[in-house]
Design a protein around this ligand. Structure first.
Ligand SMILES: Cc1ncc(COP(=O)(O)O)c(C=O)c1O
Length: 387
């Protein structure tokens, strides 16, 4: 039985997979079982920050694996506290809660926001405003937070208390924030699954101001945008804002499952004994790998990311069939005159793996992708758009 048949027989049918198996890789190159080489422009959807089989990350992970793979959160572990300290130093936040995924990081943020308001005000001030076209995860509550109707069928009833505002519409946002029922606003600064759409700077700054004036918490979902992806450690730094809670996952672990919620001065002590927990959250092996990743997000790497964005934009600017290039840093998407899925298929046939986001071709390559290899991948995309 080949892998396609076994997959169909034994695995729940939730993924529409490409006709490709992957067995190994090195940095930005991946290999299928028939030995064909592919340039990886997706990094496992913004997860493999330094590509596949990265020596330094592997060393950090295996060193910890040889010491202690897991213990419960009833005991102290060094990788967890070391990572928390480093994340606070890099972000300016004050405390961290560790989870296993992006959705769980957002669940934690939502719980903390509701508790902040519950402790200080009363139970009726629990509404969370998110944006239309947002994506915050696939648990029932994070689906509620996700402002896309397509996710709101088949699985109800959903968690109550979410309202959706149109991105960049400050009047609508003001109306909600000042309604006295809202405890938090949750935003992706670049809508990822929604099509790589950066929010307008003025809208973000005004939303932050309204939040501060009304004691409404500002939660920034950095699950796809974080850990250097946009050319800053977190994308909120490019907008110059100070969130109350930040959620992070994906690229944080560099390929192992880890997520976290970061809290500022105001929110750092909201969660108290017994109010939240996770068996695997802060697993020592995941934390050791994440420490290695986070410690390597330095100014040189961030500047290189911005330089690579410029190269990509220059190569695609005015190209036949290309309508726009959206996004920031190495989180970019190309809108073409053709069908995005067909372009991705053509690129795959020519040895490059791209993703889609809505009707665009999305790229999230390893943060340190080799420039020549990246240029080759963009040339192949350009040719596919021209045809
Ligand atoms: C912005 C954002 N939030 C949350 C999630 C959910 O993360 P996970 O799949 O790790 O639960 C994603 C995943 O794509 C995401 O892009």
């Amino acid at each position: 039985m080949n892998i396609k048949k076994q997959d169909k027989k034994y695995i729940a049918n939730t993924y529409r997979r490409f006709d490709l198996d992957l067995v190994k890789g090195k940095k930005e190159l991946l290999y299928s079982s028939d030995g064909k080489e592919y340039i990886d422009m997706g990094s496992g959807i913004a997860v493999n920050s330094f590509g596949v089989n990265d020596e330094k990350w592997k060393q950090a992970v295996t060193t910890q694996l040889n010491l202690l793979q897991h213990t419960s959160n009833l005991y102290y572990t060094y990788p967890q506290v070391n990572l928390a300290k480093l994340l606070c130093k890099k972000s300016g936040m004050k405390k961290v809660f560790f989870a296993n995924s992006g959705a769980e990081a957002n669940e934690c943020a939502i719980k903390a926001a509701r508790k902040y308001s519950f402790d200080k005000y009363n139970k009726d001030r629990h509404t969370i405003v998110t944006l239309k076209n947002s994506f915050h995860g696939r648990t029932i509550t994070t689906l509620s937070a996700t402002g896309q109707d397509i996710f709101h069928k088949d699985f109800g009833p959903f968690t109550e208390g979410f309202v959706y505002v149109k991105a960049d519409n400050i009047e609508e946002m003001e109306k909600q924030i000042t309604s006295h029922k809202v405890c938090a606003i949750m935003l992706e600064l670049i809508q990822g699954e929604g099509g790589i759409i950066p929010l307008d700077m003025d809208f973000v700054l005004k939303t932050e101001k309204l939040c501060k004036e009304n004691d409404v918490l500002l939660i920034i979902d950095e699950i796809q945008t974080g850990i250097g992806r946009t050319g800053a450690f977190y994308s909120y730094m490019r907008y110059g804002i100070n969130p109350d809670i930040v959620t992070s996952a994906k690229g944080l672990g560099g390929g192992l499952p880890i997520g976290c919620a970061l809290f500022n001065d105001k929110t750092q002590n909201v969660l108290d004994y017994g109010s939240h927990g996770s068996t695997f959250g802060g697993n020592p092996v995941c934390c050791a790998g994440a420490f290695n990743i986070v410690s390597r997000i330095n100014n040189k790497l961030l500047n290189d990311i911005i330089e690579k964005e410029k190269v990509i934009r220059e190569m695609l600017d005015g190209a036949k069939g290309v309508e726009s290039v959206d996004g920031m840093g190495l989180m970019l998407a190309v809108k073409t005159t053709k069908n995005a899925k067909e372009i991705v298929a053509k690129c795959m046939a020519n040895g490059v793996l791209y993703l889609t986001a809505k009707d665009k071709i999305r790229m999230l390559p390893p943060l340190d992708i080799n420039k020549k290899i990246m240029e080759k991948a963009i040339r192949i995309l350009k040719e596919a758009c021209e045809q």
